[in-house]
Design a protein around this ligand. Sequence first.
Ligand code: BT5
Length: 237
Amino acid sequence: MKKLFFEKITSTNDYAKEHFAETDDKTVIYANNQTNGHGRLGRKWVSTNDNGLNLYASLVIKPPKDCPYNNFTQYVSVVLCRVLENYNVKSNIKWPNDVLVNGLKICGILAERTSQMNGFVIGIGVNLNLSKEETESIDKPATSLNLLINKKVERYEFLEKFCTEFEKNYDNFLKNGFAYIREEYLKRTDFIGKEIAVSINRDERIKGIAKDINSEGELVLELSDKKEKIIISGEIN
Ligand code: BT5
């Protein structure tokens, strides 16, 4: 995978979107410092001014037309779990694509596209070397890989592992979609069978028992009247 590096940037996702047309498929744009890292719904991704200690990266994806468009971030979440396992850290996926360790968020994934783009950008933020104080200053429970393995993590080494793992099963994923990674994904979830609340959008929140993740990667929720509701997008909170 081709890599494009910046010392300082507003947001690797914003750069990737602005330069999408002239950027090759599967290019990774990464930066030492991000001044305006963001998540979904205008939320902030805490990106300390740390000169390359943590991972702020975006993948430019220009997939074939009939690809599993809705499941790329889920594919990336499985890839990130595998990379963390390489460091002997067991992680979980919170549907659709947050990666947590012991309930603490360690990776965030953000897919974005504009109507002009024949593909999309997948941003990944991974806490590799945050201090305990820095994780505690984040408004939701968070952790960092160095705190879990008690040593400094080499950012470039992590990125290389990510790229290798991403490429390994990518063609199979493109061909077979979520069904191809479903087992790997389910193995890393810990909410199936539990009562959860899901925000569908800013105003709508549904409660129910998480029954399954179906072959499309959608969440199957059993409501209080025992009816099943399939949720295509949203977030568990
Ligand atoms: C995400 O959003 O989790 C996706 C974050 C993607 C960040 C990457 S960094 C490279 C690329 N460039 C960008 O500008 N973005 C991408 P969301 O699900 O909306 O979660 C955001 C929430 O996670 C925040 O509101 C905080 O509660 C929490 N959070 C923020 N920074 C965090 C961090 N460093 N570690 C753990 N949690 C964090």
